[in-house]
Design a protein around this ligand. Structure first.
Ligand SMILES: *Cc1c(COP(=O)(O)O)cnc(C)c1O
Length: 390
């Protein structure tokens, strides 16, 4: 069998009668039936075939198949955004009275779902703020339906042991183990191989990688994806064919781009680690990271995010951001362009200071999404801004 990179590039929607080389954009809301009998048979699921782009479209199917190839998944579904995917991964399975276990350090909107939306539907949750597997097991209750986590976490870059969590899944086969794998991408980390049921991505980030379109995807077992299919057929959070066409093309360069994101990020982390004006640097592939061994075991490289704390607190962090010349401040990540953010006053502003501390977010913390520019230019921009704000 061919290797990953060849398979992703060569996995393509069936060629049309026009014999195109590169896949066309299928902007069509529905598909014709050749006969009344075919219409009946496709609706009865006796014959396979496209019906309506809310259910499936050649572009979304190609995108899904490529991610399944990358992640060794049986099946998948594409969504209009990462949050549509995260929401569906819960909403398709939970019932009133159910309970969810989740890591504490999760994406802000996912936190809002667990704390504001699902309680209204009678679904409770327990947060685990520890990598200790015993604490995860203790949090599981008889009515727990889903165990959910992100690894590495945002912005603290803490890891959870996927192999140990996979072993926990074996003990609780009826609980769905689900991971938001967006920060690592399927190129760097493949959670299904440890026994996870579902792997979720905001395709908006590294899969697009160029800050253009929104998208989300879930891959996992055929059985769970079938249940999710019912949910999306009838609620409609489908990915647009245009976004799928963009995202599918982007996957052809995901590996190349991730290698460069990771090498740039590691070089930056190593430079900042010994810098006088920096109080702390977090990066999974720095030998000083407390979970360095675990990172090397479950990730191919450290990813594109570096989180560091400038000395001098919020005032210094603000001045530092304002002095950056090339790097811009915007609330995206996983772009070809390097991006700086200040979590304490944006994504995590609504938390109390104690809560922020428990996630490793200090007033001086900067999250950098390291881009694809020349390494020297990224590092020099950071160094000059540190120097100017001394
Ligand atoms: C961005 C992000 C999401 C949400 O994705 P959207 O495409 O913006 O809806 C979910 N999880 C993580 C970890 C993210 O970074």
């Amino acid at each position: 069998m061919k290797k990953d990179q060849s398979r992703i590039i060569r996995e393509q929607a069936p060629r049309s009668a026009t014999r195109e080389h590169s896949v066309p954009l299928y902007l069509t809301s529905s598909f014709i039936f050749e006969s009344a009998e075919q219409g009946r048979a496709i609706f009865a699921e006796e014959e396979e075939g496209m019906v309506y782009s809310r259910y499936a479209n050649p572009n979304t199917t190609e995108f899904i198949n490529r991610v399944c190839t990358l992640e060794n998944a049986e099946a998948g579904l594409a969504f209009s955004s990462g949050m549509a995917a995260v929401f569906a991964s819960f909403a398709a399975f939970i019932e009133s009275g159910d309970h969810i276990v989740s890591s504490r350090a999760i994406f802000g909107s996912t936190h809002q779902l667990l704390t504001q939306q699902f309680p209204k539907w009678g679904v409770s949750f327990t947060y685990v703020n520890s990598a200790n597997i015993e604490e995860w097991e203790q949090a599981i209750q008889p009515n727990t339906k889903i165990v959910f986590l992100e690894s590495p976490s945002n912005p603290g870059l803490e890891l959870y042991d996927l192999e140990k969590l996979g072993a926990l899944k074996q003990k609780y086969p009826n609980v769905i183990f689900s991971i938001d794998n967006c920060f690592a991408t399927p190129y760097l980390q493949k959670p299904l191989q440890y026994g996870f049921d579902l792997s979720i991505h905001s395709a908006t980030k590294y899969m697009d990688g160029q800050g253009r379109v929104l998208g989300g995807i879930i891959v996992g077992s055929q059985e769970l994806i079938n249940k999710l299919m019912f949910f999306i057929r009838h609620t409609g959070p489908s990915m647009s064919p245009f976004n799928a066409w963009i995202l599918s093309k982007s996957l052809e360069t995901l590996g190349l781009r991730m290698d460069r994101h990771c090498s740039n990020a590691l070089a930056l982390a190593q430079t900042l680690e010994h810098h006088d004006e920096i109080a702390d640097v977090k990066y999974p592939f720095l030998a000083s990271h407390p979970q360095y061994e675990l990172a090397k075991k479950q990730m191919k490289a450290g990813g594109g995010i570096v989180t560091f704390e400038v000395k001098g607190g919020k005032d210094r962090a603000f001045r530092f951001i304002d002095e950056l010349e090339m790097i811009r401040y915007t609330s995206n990540l996983g772009d070809s362009r390097t991006i700086a953010t200040h979590p304490a006053t944006t994504t995590h502003a609504k938390l109390t200071e104690d809560e922020r501390n428990s996630l490793g977010i200090k007033p001086g913390t900067i999250r950098l999404s390291v881009g694809l520019e020349d390494q020297e230019d990224i590092i020099n921009d950071i160094l000059q801004a540190l120097k100017k704000t001394k």
